[in-house]
Ligand binder design. Structure first.
Ligand code: NAI
Ligand code: MG
Length: 378
């Protein structure tokens, strides 16, 4: 019997509402061509705008649906003026709530430069940039152990506690090594390599993280060990991206490094991500709601579409479903072809060789990818 995957869709705010519909279009087309499974998409409104209208970040049924889902497709949250009492961004509890409550401990953020995109780093090309940041997603500096001290009405102190546990470090590092086994190695030398990024010269948590890295590395003799301090990493990643294959790190450091890595691949509009645990998976572009360009049909949908591709890869692995794997590679090939052709791209990619091009809209780029999928010869 053909399997049906229940996908909860949360477009959220701003450009999330523009890029997610393109992703659904592309997923549907790839599913039809791969022909081995079906999707059931269940959509809910959520985010800052929804909060302003209803006083809630999302409907209760949405959370129930997430717990029964096979996967979650997320856009972005955050809208100007949509702030909760106390000052937090309306919608943020959806994102952090899902990461913690669904135990989505691995945040995977690939940095792959496609051939049809000019590198912003002199002398680097698509042959040099193909690594993935594996970021711990449920502890570190983002655990909700924080507070402030007010004395006599004066805000005197603020504390954020950074937590590194053996369980947390073990599972993320193991995830990184397992992922490395399935990849083709670093662009520079083809070697399988997992780079441990930390600040173990100063921080206790990082010393534990590195110790556990060494313990786990013992079980993967064919993978090269590599260590770098996080401050130095910010320049190595840009100077020599070809050295990197899989990069594993703790929560806050991974957040910063993965945003930085988007510079290597054509900007925020190109960056996909996955948040996965043992049971659940949530897939979202790295970018936010981009209020500066929202509502103008000019956001790049590729980051979201490639997140959809990551969703298929994760479903393929989890359910041993080769038709999902096929659909994932159909999507990636179609995106790559549209980029190489160089005719249809959103304004963020119209630089370098493409500076003189008339930009396409979000939906035209989605259509171009669907056309390639329909023409693909699987
Ligand atoms: P942003 O990622 O929304 O935008 C940063 C820059 O990248 C802007 O110039 C924007 O135009 C551009 N950009 C973003 N997505 C693009 C796309 N698909 N195509 C072309 N250009 C794109 O980050 P910003 O401006 O710091 O935050 C805006 C709102 O989004 C805030 O409320 C913020 O809190 C929220 N946010 C939400 C995230 C999430 O839902 N995961 C992540 C980051 C920010
Ligand atoms: Mg971030």
């Amino acid at each position: 019997m053909t399997r049906t995957y229940k996908v909860v869709v949360l477009p959220g705010d701003g450009v999330g509402r523009e890029v997610v519909p393109e992703t659904i279009k592309v997923l549907q087309a790839a599913g039809d061509v791969a022909n081995g499974f079906n999707f059931e998409f269940i959509e809910f409104p959520c985010g800052g705008k929804y909060y302003k209208e209803t006083g809630k970040e999302w409907p209760e049924e949405a959370w129930e649906a997430c717990k029964k889902s096979d996967a979650i497709l997320f856009g972005a949250i955050g809208w100007p003026g949509a702030i909760k009492p106390g000052g937090a961004l309306a919608g943020i509890d959806i994102l952090l709530g899902m990461r913690f409550s669904l135990d989505l401990y691995a945040n995977l953020r690939p940095a792959k430069l496609y051939e049809g995109i000019d590198s912003r780093i002199l002398g680097k090309s698509s042959k040099d940039v193909n690594f993935i940041v594996v970021r711990e997603n449920t502890e570190g500096l983002y655990v909700p152990i924080r507070g402030t001290l007010d004395r006599g009405g004066v805000e005197e102190l603020a504390v954020d506690v950074r937590v590194i546990t053996r369980k947390g470090a073990e599972r993320i590092i193991r995830h990184a090594f397992d992922l490395c086994m399935r990849r083709g190695g670093a662009p520079a030398d083809g070697k399988k390599r997992v780079t441990c990024v930390d600040k173990s010269n100063v921080l206790e948590g990082c010393r534990l993280f590195r110790k556990i890295y060494d313990e786990i590395a013992e079980n993967y003799r064919e993978i090269e060990r590599d260590y770098v301090y996080v401050d130095a990493m910010t320049q190595w990643m840009i100077r020599a991206p070809e050295h990197y294959d899989v990069v594993v790190t703790s929560n806050f450091q991974g957040d910063i490094l993965s945003d930085l890595s988007s510079v290597l691949i054509g900007g925020m509009g190109m960056a996909p991500s996955a948040n996965v645990g043992e049971k659940y998976g949530m897939f979202e572009p790295v970018h936010g709601s981009a209020p500066d360009i929202a509502g103008q049909n000019k956001a790049n949908p590729m980051g979201s579409i490639l997140s959809g591709k990551m969703m298929l890869e994760w479903l393929a692995l989890k359910h041993r479903d080769t038709s999902c794997e096929k659909a994932a590679s159909i999507i990636e090939d179609a995106v790559a072809q549209v980029l190489i052709e160089g005719k249809r791209r959103t304004p963020d990619l119209c630089y370098g060789r493409y500076a003189g091009l008339t930009p396409s809209t979000t939906s035209e780029v989605g259509d171009a990818i669907v056309e390639k999928i329909e023409a693909s010869s699987f």
